[in-house]
Ligand binder design. Sequence first.
Ligand SMILES: C=CC1=C(C)c2cc3[nH]c(cc4nc(cc5[nH]c(cc1n2)c(C)c5CCC(=O)O)C(CCC(=O)O)=C4C)c(C)c3C=C
Ligand SMILES: [Fe+2]
Length: 366
Amino acid sequence: MRHSCCICQYENLHNWVPICTSQRMYRFAGVPNEAYLSSNTSTNYVVSRYSFGWSETQPILPNQSVNKDLSPLAALVTSKSQNFSTASLVGDEKIGVLLLNLGGPETLEDVQPFLFNLFADPDIIRLPRLFRFLQKPLAQFISVVRAPKSKEGYASIGGGSPLRRITDAQAEELRKSLWEKNLPAKVYVGMRYWHPFTEEAIEQIKRDGITKLVVLPLYPQFSISTSGSSLRLLESIFREDEYLVNMQHTVIPSWYQREGYITAMANLIEKELQNFDSPEQVMIFFSAHGVPLAYVEEAGDPYKAEMEECVDLIMEELEKRKITNAYTLAYQSRVGPVEWLKPYTDETIIKLGQKGVKSLLAVPIR
Ligand SMILES: C=CC1=C(C)c2cc3[nH]c(cc4nc(cc5[nH]c(cc1n2)c(C)c5CCC(=O)O)C(CCC(=O)O)=C4C)c(C)c3C=C
Ligand SMILES: [Fe+2]
């Protein structure tokens, strides 16, 4: 869904960005660009973390409070069929996978409180320290102003976000696939701004007595505003909790470069191209959500670099299949007073039309 957002301030975001190593999670305060590994290094990172074992929690980030209606049992056990009593044990360990996502309003009434939660996130609207007390009043104001436009968008896709349903289905498929590989694990869903909230997932994880946890944000590419925000929240929860402090965990910060993902995207594109009369004439149009430019230029957000590499990898995979169509990457979100990543999707489409491009395959890519 195309959306535009309101007043966001993005300076000094690097102060909190969490990053993971094979042993521990670290915070790199005040070093925006160095805080991120290059994409290639990060590939190895993820693989090595996966291959060589578990990290321990080192909670380091400040608490943040969000207006959320927490109802523990609305929590997140994603699969009806998963029976945890004995089956999820590997040796003495109880394995859990926590899927992190953004969350979305399920009804039109949910839209304004959902927007409040989103804008109350200091990783979305960053205020100078002196003005932090304005975070919630400002979130209230922006959410009320934004709600009508946002509702229009959600009304046009059936009156609510499909994200919970889709994420639950992903969780169930992941659970089945792990069990088929003799990796009995329980899979949880934790959303950042709507039900089931991350806090609810964590409560369930504790109730289930999980001893090892894999944390997997469902954003292929890392951004400080998405995976970064969820991981920061998680760190603040871990820091306060003795059980979680002692629970081993590992984090997969991004996975846009993984073979399975690249192949799946290439498969989808290859299949869709067959629906055109002249498949080789089609412009492949990758449309990504985007972030404000300052995230990338001032806070060192790797999102743009990861997105570009992701598109390159997909196109390389297609080339191996002798598919050499022209392609473009553009960013669909554009917001009020700040500049977002360019080129913008709407402007790019117009330009392509003016250049005589007649057929377009739109590929949403997060
Ligand atoms: C104002 C700042 C915002 C930033 C920065 C931002 C980054 C960002 N978001 C996604 C993915 C999604 N965003 C979604 C909705 C949404 N996002 C914002 C604002 C920012 N996003 C708003 C205000 C909204 C609500 C819709 C609207 O009013 O337009 C969604 C949809 C969730 C759902 O309901 O299903 C997704 C998905 C990414 C990947 C990203 C940075 C890379
Ligand atoms: Fe967004």
